[in-house]
Design a protein around this ligand. Structure first.
Ligand code: 0WK
Ligand code: 0WK
Ligand code: BGC
Ligand code: BGC
Length: 921
């Protein structure tokens, strides 16, 4: 049992390897030192406060406590406690009875302390190896020490105790907010007084240690930021045979006689439950060998557990050690000579010395790991200590400290005895947990506003249905918020279309000019396109051309163009959206070498236009990021024609103006005849579909169908969605270019989701729930949280670290927890958007099914838009919601690969063909 320094250094190295093994995702299952994550991520920071109940179960004494932690700067903790016995029939009986007993004791304590009326959170110190996935849960891996209650291993002791408390005749209304191991409680207790404390060690009935590990080394838990306390459960070191070379026959004999043979082998060489027994077995062997007590063997010496650690401690006392030894041996019915007593003392010293040495070796391994984690040459740290053996054994602390310092000379270690047990620390953890829980509640309250119930979604579907009908009817159309605009697109291409067409695609993220070549018969379309930017000052400039001759007086030039307005050339450049479009067309025709060609043009104009024919469209109002003046109420085809005439470089035959939903439906309809709905989930939000002419009261004729551009973005502008609109939606609307308009769009489309998230983050930060309550300038900046960031943040592949990096780029300094909350907020906002889309779409496909009197409808929806295409979950949630709310419709979603430009060209081709046909008649 004498371990040399080399052996101790070797054991230290072995334990370091065991720790690495326990932390590894792949190696943990076979590791004997389990390195259990505790979900305690920080030591107390003094902000903890409140009143808590605490249970301390598993050590030599079972205690129930009330802990009052008060802040206000003065760090004091008041505790009232009551000990309760732990009879064997309870701790080795049936698990349910064990928890009922604990609940009884708690009830007794609360009655005595008049706490029954109070709803106090409870922290449970449970000193056994538990697997946790969160603070308020602990699945017992195996009993140790004196406990062996049946039916508990492999179960969550928090829910078992909660059930016992709920079933208790006084129905104890107590919430267990945290389960901590006693080593963790000890570390937290000591850290409350010494912030250097990052290790907790128990050398009591059992033995164990915990320490603060870097999250990046804890592969079993998501996240790489900060630290988390690891409960090493070093008692099991050697259970895989790693210590066979130092285990003695006495250790093996003791283990065979224990409640858990083969388990906790390291503990059985160290802790208080076993030291006395080791001494007994050694003395028994020596007596049998006639080396002691004249070979006499008293019956007491044969009794297991007859010699306890308190006896060993007493025998090793400096002064009265010898006298204690005589007395103890006499109590054991042994005739002991002076020499026998000295020898017995010597045995005790050897056994307890080995215990301290082994502990020191494992602790030194932990301290080395801390120093290496911090990349320090010299580590200064504090180790919180507790446990009866450490507290009562006269020599133990000194020996332990000495050997530790010998094994890790490059660590300045302070050993801090935990005066008030681990429960103070458990209360700290519970205080943090209750603060986190309170914060969680506040965050959930906000997120709940975005969680729509099935009933609410059905309500949205049915309201949308009413609005659709409303818009189609002549007498209600003028007031309809879902405008249901006839598009004069009546037929799908039939494959005979052919020729070269120009197409413009304005209104989405990019402005595109395209040349589309359609070959008839084989239905093949080839396209060439160029993407042009629309500068903000043009998007929101004035539509009208002020002819250069006149020269606009400076005062009349709108303020928003200061940079542009150099004297003299004011009017020329900046003012005209349509001149810019024509400029782009000119560049494109140059680029394609088509200058002279007089090509038919299809104009995808993704804004609400009232059409009187396929080539007439009056802009009702701008949406999304556009606000160019003098356009609303104007015919966009005329404005484009005039701009082309003004440029006088080429001539185009504008044949059709179509909405991007219509272009998308047509693009997909060219491949799939069933495609009769076009959906855009992009910067904006809209849907079109083929409606029976008889239902379109605004347009003459009852034969066949015509495509209706629903402009459902305006759904809810009459307040019918106010029951699900949140304050954040109102803030986004008030800050938008068109307050009060496009409410449904502002809850669902790419232009606004980022803004909703930003508003929520501002509110949560104001509540002190995020970013340490600091609202950064960046967070106040409109439009900073682009929707693309949602897609990135919500992608499953992205670790929290990357979420943090995105937030960093946005100038938002965030903690690990902040990143988690931001990810949840993004998820809630985008999920609601997708569900609202699903409810709207369910309304239209159900209408189509009923209108055609089908039991089941098979229909295809052509879809486009960056939100649908790029968001990791949006399309799936939308599809699931449609299936849920329109179960009798079998909806196929067809992604429009080529954009609506192709559709616009096909519509132009059809329009040309019909024009031709009309001319020939
Ligand atoms: C006192 C702590 C308790 C821990 C005990 C360990 O409050 O949580 O379990 O120390 O020492 P033992 O009582 O087993 O000697
Ligand atoms: C691509 C289409 C275009 C439409 C856009 C919508 O070609 O007509 O406006 O999708 O998606 P966004 O670019 O707004 O995300
Ligand atoms: C248990 C540990 C506990 C230690 C000290 C061991 O038997 O497995 O969870 O920390 O005893 O009480
Ligand atoms: C416009 C629609 C367009 C949709 C998608 C909305 O803002 O009002 O016309 O289809 O955005 O781009």
């Amino acid at each position: 049992m004498r371990l040399s320094d080399e052996t101790l250094l070797d054991i230290m190295a072995r334990f370091q390897a065991e720790m690495q093994k326990g932390l590894g995702k792949d190696t943990n299952p076979t590791a004997s030192v389990k390195m259990l994550p505790t979900f305690v991520r920080a030591i107390p920071d003094g902000s903890e406060n409140g009143e808590f109940l605490s249970l301390d179960l598993g050590g030599s004494k079972f205690r129930v406590l009330k802990v009052q932690v008060s802040e206000e700067g003065k760090r004091n903790v008041q505790m009232e406690s009551q000990f309760y016995p732990t009879p064997n029939e309870i701790i080795r009986g049936n698990g349910t009875e064990l928890f009922e007993y604990v609940a009884d004791c708690l009830a007794d304590f609360m009655r005595t302390k008049e706490l029954m009326q109070k709803k106090l959170p409870l922290g449970l110190t449970f000193s056994f190896p538990c697997k946790q996935t969160k603070l308020e849960e602990g699945v017992l891996l195996s009993w140790t020490k004196k406990f062996k209650a049946r039916g508990v291993q492999g179960t969550d002791v928090v829910s078992s105790l909660t059930n016992a408390m709920r079933k208790h005749k006084q129905d104890l209304d107590v919430d267990i907010l945290a389960l901590v191991n006693d080593t963790v409680g000890t570390m937290m207790t000591c850290a409350y007084d010494d912030p250097y404390c990052e290790v907790g060690v128990i050398i009591g009935t059992g033995t164990n240690a915990c320490y603060m590990e870097d999250m990046s080394n804890i592969e079993l838990v998501e996240g790489d930021e900060g630290r988390m306390c690891i409960n090493t459960e070093w008692g099991a070191f050697g259970d895989d045979g790693a210590l066979e070379d130092i285990r003695t026959e006495f250790d093996r004999e003791l283990d065979l006689g224990s409640l858990n043979p083969g388990k906790q082998l390291f503990e059985k060489m160290i802790s208080g439950l076993y030291l006395g027994e080791l001494v007994r077995l050694i003395l028994l062997k020596m007596a049998k060998a006639g080396l002691l007590f004249g070979g006499e063997k008293s019956s007491a010496l044969h009794i297991k557990g007859k010699i306890e650690t308190r006896h060993v401690a007493a025998m090793e006392k400096y002064k009265e050690g010898l006298a204690n030894t005589r007395e103890i041996l006499t109590d054991l019915g042994l005739e002991a000579s002076e020499a026998d007593c000295v020898a017995v003392q010597h045995v005790c010293t050897v056994v307890s010395f080995r215990s301290a040495n082994l502990c020191a070796a494992a602790l030194a391994a932990i301290l080395t790991r801390l120093r290496e984690n911090k990349k320090l040459v010299r580590l200064r740290t504090t180790v919180g200590m507790d446990g009866t053996l450490y507290k009562i054994h006269p020599q133990y602390p000194k020996r332990l400290h000495k050997v530790v310092r010998k094994l890790v000379p490059n660590c300045d270690v302070r050993f801090l005895l935990s005066e008030s047990g681990s429960t103070k620390g458990a209360a700290m953890v519970t205080a943090v947990a209750s603060r986190v829980q309170a914060q969680r509640k506040q965050i959930d309250k906000v997120l709940a506003l975005f969680r729509l119930t099935r009933e609410q979604l059905v309500g949205v579907r049915d309201k949308m249905r009413v609005e659709l009908e409303y818009g189609l009817k002549r007498d209600t159309h003028p007031l309809a918020t879902v405008k249901m605009l006839p598009t004069y697109v009546c037929g799908m291409p039939d494959g005979t279309e052919k020729g070269k067409f120009l197409a413009l695609d304005l209104g989405g993220t990019n402005f595109r000019v395209l040349l589309v070549k359609i070959r008839s018969g084989r239905r093949s379309v080839r396209m060439y396109n160029k993407i042009f930017a629309i500068p903000l000052e043009i998007m929101q400039g004035t539509g009208e051309e002020v002819n250069a001759g006149q020269g606009v007086p400076r005062s009349e030039v709108p303020a928003c163009h200061p940079i542009q307005c150099r004297p003299g050339m004011t009017a020329a450049l900046s003012l005209q959206l349509f001149d810019h479009i024509v400029q782009c067309i000119a560049d494109f025709l140059d680029y394609m070498g088509l200058k002279g060609a007089q090509l038919p043009l299809g104009f995808t104009f993704s804004f609400p236009c009232r059409q009187a024919s396929i080539d007439k469209g009056t802009l009702i109002e701008w949406t999304k990021g556009f606000k160019a003046t003098d356009c609303e109420g104007e015919d966009v085809v005329d404005m484009l024609r005039e701009a082309i005439k003004r440029r006088n470089e080429f001539d185009l035959d504008i044949v059709a103006v179509v909405n991007d939903t219509v272009g998308t439906m047509m693009t997909c309809g060219y491949e799939d005849r069933n495609c009769e709905v076009g959906l855009i989930a992009g910067t904006g939000s809209n849907m079109c579909y083929m409606e029976e002419m008889r239902n379109i009261e605004l347009v003459e004729g009852d034969e066949g169908k015509m495509c209706i551009n629903t402009e459902w973005g305006g759904f809810g502008d009459n307040g019918c969605l106010d029951d699900i609109r949140t304050q954040y939606d109102k803030e986004v609307d008030e800050g938008s270019l068109n307050p009060g308009k496009q409410r449904y769009e502002k809850m669902t489309s790419g232009m606004y989701l980022g803004e909703i998230v930003r508003q929520i983050l501002i509110d949560l930060t104001k509540q002190g729930l995020l970013f340490r309550g600091q609202i950064s300038e960046r967070l106040r900046t409109r439009g900073i949280f682009e929707t693309k960031f949602l897609s990135q943040i919500e992608s499953d592949r992205l670790a929290l670290l990357q979420v943090r990096r995105i937030l960093q780029q946005l100038g938002l300094d965030s903690t690990c927890e902040d990143s988690i909350v931001v990810k949840e907020v993004c998820g809630a906002v985008s999920r609601r958007a997708a569900e609202l889309y699903g409810a709207g779409l369910a309304a239209i496909v159900e209408k189509r099914r009923e209108d055609q009197g089908f039991e089941h409808l098979k229909i295809t929806v052509g879809v486009d838009g960056t939100l649908y295409k790029l968001h990791p979950h949006f399309s799936r949630i939308l599809q699931e919601t449609v299936k849920e709310l329109a179960p009798r419709c079998d909806v196929t979603f067809m992604l429009s690969e080529d954009g609506s430009g192709k559709g616009a060209a096909l519509i132009t081709a059809v329009a040309k063909r019909l024009q031709q046909a009309r001319r020939e008649k």
